[in-house]
Each structure stands twice: as structure tokens, then as C-alpha cells.
Design a protein around this ligand. Structure first.
Ligand code: GUN
Ligand code: ZN
Length: 462
């Protein structure tokens, strides 16, 4: 890689260029002819000013328009893609990835709840937030929809670290007032909503930060908490506030919801009844979903986060994207790691697992579909497809630089693959930890595998 500018930050109004093989999506390959869903620039140039793309095209066609453009990062043996987007994960579970468990509910009780109880301590939350961001950025993830936990400290810590990188994230206080240890439980239901509102006013749309109302899942909220959360969501939906929760992950969980909410038609209906479903609702997992539930998710314009490594690790169930993407009522789907149920922070590795989950059910997932789920598809789930997830004029300049020669073996193996999508499929399958070379956030290179230091905050600080 030839990088002329080693500092992270171009100055206000200055032009910055990023050049190389470049891929971006324009529409959904589950619903349209794959070959019409993306743009591939063989020697592309993205021109950036003040954190946004102002022009994108073949280098030879557009460079002449910008005589003042001097600062160009050239990426060879790489593929530049939009920064990847993780639609659902728990930063507060970073320290418990790979905890042995016998089932989802047992795993939550044994490892998750005690781990999250530690986030009352702001210093601990700050330490984990810092490690977490280094992990996602090193994997090429530039935006994420992140569970914090009960405590305001856990919310402040993740947003503060996100502000340092100027990343666009969604997070919020988790609402949970029953069926979990006292150390983690909201002591007072109405107080939990007041605290949510306070944090929402503090963080929603502060820079690139966005707020979500986050009931953990139906079993850990009283009907009153879901009702108040739903009312709050409906009052704030038009301001772009989110609702983020878990849905239809495992049969034992679905059975428990049926016992706790006997008057509701199904799990989805619990959330719908309390006003929690809308165009900015994100539902994680959705492995075991009945047709009437898909209909509701479609009607309410909700998005779904597919978490394959977590579903395999916890033995939950198998996501069916062909059901989600029924052309009669297509539901938006994006990729997610679900760390710490998920076993790593890499969206690329999730794609490898998603393929296997599909194959086990006699379906497959193409490289075009996969990369869409990691970028534009995920942006649609987060209702942000007008500002992130694409390399196009007007979009925020978040990018990942995929290494097409991450190891000696991978380079050799890829030499037998024809075309970029065949190569990408091999990379997803190999699941390497170092296949992201550099990460740009709003036009600034915040991560570079070959730079010292590898990470820089948006203001250039280490
Ligand atoms: N359902 C409720 N909470 C959780 C969680 O933390 N992880 C997963 N995978 N499922 C959940
Ligand atoms: Zn989760």
C-alpha cells in the first residue's frame, strides 16, 4: 500500500482521495438480478470532503475534475468496500466470548448476567468500550447497533468512545425489570423509562450518535415496562429513535414468552401489542418465525439482524433468509455478530457461517448477497441507507479495505479464483482474522494494520 498521508485527519474543506478496486451496492440482490445490484470500479477513486464522498468513479474519468486533490491513499491488492455494519451485538459481553453453555437461557444466567452486572463501574465500562472499538474497527466494521446494559455508565462509556472515533453507532440503556439478578435489574420500572429519556436527550443525534430504546427481550420486562417503552418509542419514532430487542431466537425462549404472555398470538405480537414495532425497530435473530409473524414484521417495516455464529454457538435455531426475503413481503435483513453469543467481531466471518447455516437447510448464499447483507442491506435494517453503507456522493465516507493477499496461502489460493466475487467467497470461507487492512471513518483512516500506531482517534490522538 502506498499511503502518502500518514495522519488520520484531512483538514476542513480539504479534498482526500482513496483509490483502488472498489465495490458498492445499489439495490437488493435477493429481490433483483444480482448483476444489476452493484457497482464495481476496477481502478476506482472516491473523492471525500468534510467526511462525505463528493464524487466516486473510475480514476481516469474523474481525477481531472479535481486538480487540487493531492492527498490520495492508493490501495493495491485490496478491495475497498463501504464500512461494514453490525446490526446487533453486546459490547458488554466482550469479556465473555466463548463461555461454555448448555442453552441460551442457561448461558444468560450463568455468564451473561454476572458479566453485565460489572458495568455499574464506569472505569470498567470505559476499558471494555475501548477494547471493543479496536476490535470492530480492525475488522472493518464502522457502524454498529450495540446493546449496553442497565446502567447509565455503560451507555455513556460506549457513546464517549464512539465520539472519539466519530463513528455512527446506535446504542441505549437496556430495560430489564424482572427475571434476572437484582444486581442487574431495573429497581423501578418508571425510573427506568425516565433514565432512558434522559440518556436519549443526551445522546440522540449528538454528532453521529443515535439512541435506541432497548427492552432486552419480552421475558425480562414486565408488561408495564414494555408498555411504557412502547409509548416512549411511538413518541420519538419521528425523531429517528430506534427500538432494539431480541425475537424468536430459540424454542425454549419462545415457549417461555408464551407462558408469560398467554393472551398474545405469538412472540412478535407481544412487541406489536405494546407499540414496539416500527420502521426503526431492529429484531435480533428471528430463527423460528411463523408466517403471521413475518407478515407483521413486513407491515411494520422492521429490520432483522441475522446472527449466524451466535445461533450456531448457542444451538438456537437456523435463520431462513428465503423466508425473510419472500418477494411478496420482503423483510429487511442485515448481518450481525451478536458478540458475546457470537464468537468473534468479524462480519466477514459471519458471512462464512451464514453460508453454512443456509447450506444445512439446502439453500446457499452468494458472495454478492453476502456483501450486500454486510453493507447496504444492514444500512437498510438500521434505516440509515441514505447516509451509510454505500460509496456514493453524499454518503458518509466510511470504508473498509479488504486485503486480497492477507496471508501467503490466501494469496496463492486466490490466484486460482476468477473474478472478485469468487475471491470474496474464498475469503469469507477462510475466515481470517487479518483480512481487513485499513478502516476509514468519515474520511479519516482510524485503523491501518501496517501503521504505528494502528489506531488513531478522529482528532489524530492515539
Ligand atoms: N436474549 C436475551 N438476551 C440475550 C443475549 O444477551 N444474547 C442472546 N444471544 N440472546 C438474548
Ligand atoms: Zn443479542
Amino acid at each position: 500500500m502506498n499511503t502518502r498521508n500518514l495522519s488520520a485527519a484531512p483538514k476542513t474543506g480539504e479534498l482526500k482521495g482513496v483509490r483502488g478496486l472498489m465495490l458498492t451496492f445499489t439495490q437488493d440482490p435477493f429481490l433483483h438480478d444480482e448483476s444489476k445490484c452493484y457497482k464495481l470500479y476496477t481502478d476506482g477513486l472516491a473523492v471525500i470532503r468534510d467526511g462525505r464522498f463528493i464524487d466516486v468513479g473510475e480514476y481516469s474519468e474523474i481525477v481531472g475534475k479535481y486538480p487540487e486533490l493531492k492527498d490520495i491513499d492508493v490501495h493495491e491488492k485490496s478491495l475497498i468496500i463501504p464500512g461494514m455494519i453490525d446490526c446487533h451485538l453486546h459490547y458488554v459481553q466482550s469479556s465473555m466470548i466463548g463461555s461454555f453453555g448448555k442453552s441460551l437461557l442457561e448461558w444468560l444466567n450463568t455468564y451473561t448476567f454476572p458479566t453485565e452486572s460489572k458495568f455499574r463501574d464506569k472505569a470498567f465500562a470505559d476499558e471494555v468500550a475501548k477494547i471493543f472499538f479496536r476490535q470492530i474497527l480492525s475488522q472493518g466494521t464502522t457502524s454498529a447497533n450495540i446493546f449496553a446494559t442497565t446502567f447509565a455508565e455503560s451507555v455513556d462509556a460506549i457513546f464517549e468512545e464512539s465520539e472519539r472515533y466519530n463513528t455512527r453507532i446506535i446504542s441505549g440503556k437496556v430495560l430489564q425489570d424482572r427475571n434476572l439478578p437484582e444486581s442487574l435489574r431495573d429497581p423501578d420500572t418508571e425510573g427506568s423509562i425516565i433514565l432512558t429519556e434522559k440518556l436519549m436527550e443526551k445522546w440522540h443525534k449528538r454528532g453521529r450518535q443515535l439512541y435506541a430504546i432497548v427492552p432486552r427481550f419480552a421475558p425480562t420486562s414486565t408488561p408495564l415496562q414494555l408498555q411504557l417503552a412502547g409509548e416512549l418509542y411511538q413518541r420519538n419514532l419521528d425523531r429517528g429513535v430506534y427500538m432494539h430487542t431480541h425475537l424468536d431466537e430459540a424454542q425454549s425462549e419462545i415457549d417461555w414468552v408464551a407462558e408469560l404472555y398467554p393472551d398474545r398470538k405469538n412472540f412478535t405480537d407481544v412487541y406489536d401489542y405494546y407499540g414496539l414495532l416500527g420502521r426503526s425497530s431492529v429484531l435480533a435473530h428471528c430463527c423460528i418465525v411463523r408466517e403471521d409473524e413475518w407478515q407483521t414484521l413486513y407491515k411494520r417495516e422492521c429490520g432483522v439482524a441475522h446472527c449466524p455464529s451466535s445461533n450456531l454457538f448457542l444451538g438456537d435455531g437456523e435463520f431462513k433468509f428465503w423466508e425473510a426475503k419472500n418477494p411478496q413481503r420482503p423483510v429487511k435483513v442485515g448481518m450481525a455478530t451478536d458478540v458475546g453469543g457470537g464468537t468473534n467481531f468479524s462480519i466477514f466471518r459471519q458471512l462464512g457461517e451464514a453460508y453454512k447455516v443456509a447450506m444445512l437447510q439446502s439453500h446457499s448464499l452468494s458472495a454478492v448477497q453476502s456483501l450486500y447483507l454486510a453493507t447496504r442491506g444492514a444500512a437498510e435494517v438500521l434505516h440509515l441507507d441514505n447516509c451509510i453503507g454505500s460509496i456514493a456522493p453524499g454518503y458518509e465516507a466510511d470504508m473498509a479495505v479488504i486485503d486480497l493477499a492477507p496471508t501467503e496461502f490466501a494469496e496463492w489460493r486466490l490466484s486460482f479464483a476468477e473474478g472478485i466475487f469468487e475471491k470474496l467467497f474464498v475469503l469469507m470461507t477462510l475466515g481470517l482474522d487479518n483480512m481487513n487492512r485499513a478502516t476509514y471513518v468519515a474520511g479519516r483512516k482510524v485503523f491501518d494494520r501496517h501503521r504505528t500506531p494502528q489506531f488513531l482517534y478522529a482528532d489524530g490522538a492515539k
